[in-house]
Design a protein around this ligand. Sequence first.
Ligand code: FAD
Ligand code: NAG
Ligand code: NAG
Ligand code: NAG
Ligand code: NAG
Ligand code: NAG
Ligand code: NAG
Ligand code: NAG
Length: 564
Amino acid sequence: MLSFALFTLCALAQGSLATEVAQLRLSETDLLKELSDRVEGRLYAGVPFAQPCWSNFKSSTCESIKKNYLNETSRFDTLGGYINTQWETCQATGQQCLLDWEDPLNPAPPSSETCQLGSISDHYIDVRRAADVAAAFDFSRKSGRPIIVKNTGHDYKGRSSAPGSVALWTHNLKNISYDAQFVPEGCVRPYPGVTMGAGIQWGDAYEFAEAHNITLVGGLDKGVGTSGGWLMGGGHGALTNTMGMGVDRVLQFKVVTPDGELRVANACQNEDLFFALRGGGGGTYGVVLESTTLASPPVTLQVYVVQWTNSNATLTSGLWSVLVENGLKWAEEGWGGFVDDKSAIYISPNLDTVRANASMSPLIAFGEQVVKDGIEGATLLVLQFPSWGTFFNTFAGDNSAAIGVNLALASRLIPKANFRTAENRSDLLLALLKSHDLTPGLRFLMSPPTSYPGDGSTSVTPAWRDSVYHITLISTWNWNATAVEKKAQYDLSSRAISYLRAITPDAAYSNEADVYEPNHEVAFWGNNYERLLQIKRKYDPEQLLDCWHCVGWNPNSRRFACYL
Ligand SMILES: Cc1cc2nc3c(=O)[nH]c(=O)nc-3n(C[C@H](O)[C@H](O)[C@H](O)COP(=O)(O)OP(=O)(O)OC[C@H]3O[C@@H](n4cnc5c(N)ncnc54)[C@H](O)[C@@H]3O)c2cc1C
Ligand SMILES: *[C@@H]1O[C@H](CO)[C@@H](O)[C@H](O)[C@H]1NC(C)=O
Ligand SMILES: *[C@@H]1O[C@H](CO)[C@@H](O)[C@H](O)[C@H]1NC(C)=O
Ligand SMILES: *[C@@H]1O[C@H](CO)[C@@H](O)[C@H](O)[C@H]1NC(C)=O
Ligand SMILES: *[C@@H]1O[C@H](CO)[C@@H](O)[C@H](O)[C@H]1NC(C)=O
Ligand SMILES: *[C@@H]1O[C@H](CO)[C@@H](O)[C@H](O)[C@H]1NC(C)=O
Ligand SMILES: *[C@@H]1O[C@H](CO)[C@@H](O)[C@H](O)[C@H]1NC(C)=O
Ligand SMILES: *[C@@H]1O[C@H](CO)[C@@H](O)[C@H](O)[C@H]1NC(C)=O
């Protein structure tokens, strides 16, 4: 957008304006040089993930990229790699550097296609210390260039990339330590706590927890960050029903605010910032360098799995009917888990085998029936795991969601009110099935903190505590879709979720919401929004940080030029 404006100006300009533009460019080079010096030379050029394939589609570097095109680790290990690839591109202009994710090995991208940066930052800082962040804020202030924070690139709403930006890459902040008597600075009471650099991801953290005989409550994907967008937006997983969300369990943040100060935010100092970081969203209030989170003793998990091989509408409807009929009871008994149209996985950290069996008897009966009916691949498993980590490695870990594709997600929090009467439950089941007809990737996440009231000190929408399911659905498009085709897929997700929207209040998870969520302030933050906005204005009066549908965002910012 900006370069277009400059071009038009130049074309019309007399010599003097052209000189001014040249000076402006020159001073930006100087500012980048100054930035590089201040960050000890850790300022690098951003490069699209698939770029080497445009130099030579047959080269060994390209071979490796093709082979790992859908590999989460390869993506999050590079600045230019994002999990949902449209956020590498400029959707509005079509500038991109993507391969065909349906068949990345073949064929070569057409020669008419060039490899372009799209929304990837042209420069990035490999962040190692607070001074790096302060230098970036100064750079943005002087140059007027947007800065963004990229951690793992998992964001579903494009909040970790922006055209024409300089990125702060937090991926290499990999320190992690456990203190059984962690006292938040300035407080008195100790808690068992794990302190993690902002680059630690759930895969790292669960491995650490196993080695230290503790439980950390996190998400279902190994690549999501523990301290970045996941945590600051809420943070759910299969244990959060009984053990609390990420924002319930965080004890302290270390964060560099836009004034360049490294601050400690916890229950005893910078309490307003602590509140805002516990649900107000990533990329908004400052750059987090580390967080400390509550560690719990190990949990024994009762696990129930029903699954079969091929999608079948009759079976899906039968399974989901059992789940909805028992949904409220199971949520109140502490069950967590995840479900799609041909599998259901339920886990309990707080019931013994006898009580768990009694509680799950309707699911067991359904599972026994599909096995007896000889449905292809039908399986009923009743298992016990000695820890979260052992369960995670078996059932989550590597395949929690689509990787390396373009994808539009939408979601809804489903409150207890939708489960009260027989009529409510049949309305809910019907809405779920209609949504699924449009978007077969619909999933139930049994992750709201139904049994964890919290202490009222987090800033996520209070609707989370009154909810039973977090429902997500997706639609996708291929690498060469037109802007019109992309928009049609966003619209499809919005339309699919509308059946659930029609019977629920305005409440959704900020990290897994429709990119075009209507009334997003209320949906994500409920009555916490006004206070969050005041805190945003206090700590970031110059709006150096900004992101899509974030607290206090400026929808007209050129950061958002690539959104459709
Ligand atoms: C495959 C997959 C599985 C998922 N599973 C779960 C799940 O089980 N539970 C769940 O709750 N969510 C889940 N999510 C959603 C996840 O919470 C969001 O994608 C979240 O934004 C990821 O945060 P990140 O820091 O890892 O990613 P990024 O995309 O790098 O960052 C996300 C946002 O946080 C900001 N940010 C990141 N780091 C910092 C920092 N250090 N300081 C300040 N701002 C920062 C960024 O600027 C951006 O706005 C999943 C997403 C995917 C793609
Ligand atoms: C994914 O990539 C990582 C690192 O780039 C590599 O170690 C791993 O083996 C790859 N996984 C697969 C399934 O190829
Ligand atoms: C990480 O830990 C090392 C060793 O304790 C320490 O020297 C370093 O400062 C830490 N880095 C950060 C960013 O906290
Ligand atoms: C792990 O911790 C639990 C309780 O916190 C304890 O009972 C158990 O003995 C510990 N196991 C090991 C191997 O240290
Ligand atoms: C779906 O499952 C039902 C119930 O078991 C079965 O009768 C039907 O044949 C299946 N349909 C298909 C298309 O497999
Ligand atoms: C629980 O149910 C499963 C499946 O029916 C059964 O194999 C197991 O023995 C039961 N466990 C208990 C403690 O009743
Ligand atoms: C639940 O059903 C009752 C009638 O059975 C109805 O009055 C109420 O509006 C329904 N609630 C929701 C959320 O659909
Ligand atoms: C898009 O790419 C696919 C596979 O790479 C190809 O089959 C299709 O024809 C392409 N569509 C357009 C409009 O170019």
